[in-house]
Design a binder for this molecule. Structure first.
Ligand code: MG
Length: 302
């Protein structure tokens, strides 16, 4: 039953049992669940004035709970508490959450007992946290969780006496990419994919190569800037998948450093970036080692 509950939510239920034991109650009820959530996730209740709540709720403070070692024996859940534990997974599912958290538990408590919800509202809890939390959050989630994808492509010539910058790092090689900025095909294609997904134009509009201020600038600077454009529009980066097409050198050994640099610039985790390398089978300008290119698909969500 509890496999989808995260560690914190499990501890909330454990603490609810302690609250019931402390009160010498025969069942675990909603006040005990609330006491458990309060003990484990006090931040959720930061605006609540407990003195304004019915005495029973106020009395079940985190300090009043017995230590775990004193608790023995099984205590059943009462009917309402059972309904909460059944509602919480449904709620988490509607919110596309992989795990049930204390927030889901609390929303399920308030969805199960409207009187409690009103009492907490009167005691200072923000309406957004209480007002039919289940309904409100579900509606908001359905309204706002939109995913979009964007595509990016870039190509640069390769020439001697240039640095080879790919994915924000320098790759030791006899040639480097020619460009107004650092010529980083991967960094530039990621910028374009992200801007495209967000409907924000392209890299040339934001960082025109006619502007001397972008001369020699690292693609990581562009990526940080693009990330800020996305943040302003409330977009979050979900995933980036990229192919770098280059005959030589071999890029695989450099992927970990590239992913790290890119993830840092975009404020995401390395797991959200997938890199692949392809040769051009000796064909065309890429195959002859005269150029390199990158293709990227970025997925973002609001
Ligand atoms: Mg470029």
């Amino acid at each position: 039953m509890f496999e989808k509950f995260n560690e914190e939510a499990r501890r909330c239920i454990f603490m609810a049992r302690l609250a019931a034991i402390t009160e010498k109650s025969k069942n675990i009820g909603l006040p005990h669940l609330l006491a458990g959530i309060r003990k484990e996730s006090p931040a959720i209740f930061r605006n609540v004035n407990w003195a304004k709540l019915p005495l029973k709720l106020a009395r079940l403070s985190p300090e009043s709970l017995h230590s775990a070692s004193q608790a023995t024996g099984e205590i059943p859940l009462d009917a309402k508490a059972k309904r909460v534990l059944a509602a919480a997974p449904e709620l988490a599912k509607k919110l596309h959450a992989d795990q049930i958290t204390p927030t889901h538990l609390l929303a399920a408590v308030f969805a199960t007992d409207a009187k409690l919800r009103k009492q907490f509202q009167k005691a200072g809890m923000a309406e957004t946290s209480t007002k039919s939390a289940a309904t409100q959050r579900t509606q908001a989630a359905e309204r706002l969780r939109i995913a979009r994808s964007g595509i990016g492509y870039d190509l640069h010539r390769l020439a001697v006496n240039r640095k080879l910058m790919i994915g924000g790092i320098e790759i030791p090689f006899e040639k480097g990419s020619v460009g107004h900025s650092d010529g980083d095909v991967l960094g530039h294609a990621i910028c374009d994919a992200l801007l495209g997904a967000a409907g924000l134009g392209d890299i040339g509009t934001h960082f025109p190569d006619s502007d001397p201020k972008w001369r020699g600038v690292s693609s990581l600077v562009f990526l940080r800037q693009v990330r800020q454009y996305l943040e302003r529009k409330n977009w979050k980066i979900r995933h980036i998948d990229a192919i770098v097409i280059v005959e030589r050198p071999k890029l695989g050994p450099h992927f970990p450093a590239m992913r790290e640099a890119l993830a840092k610039a975009l404020a995401i985790s390395v797991e959200q970036i997938n890199l692949k390398a392809k040769t051009h089978e000796g064909l065309g300008e890429i195959g002859r080692g005269e150029a390199l290119a990158a293709q990227v698909i970025a997925t973002i969500e609001s």
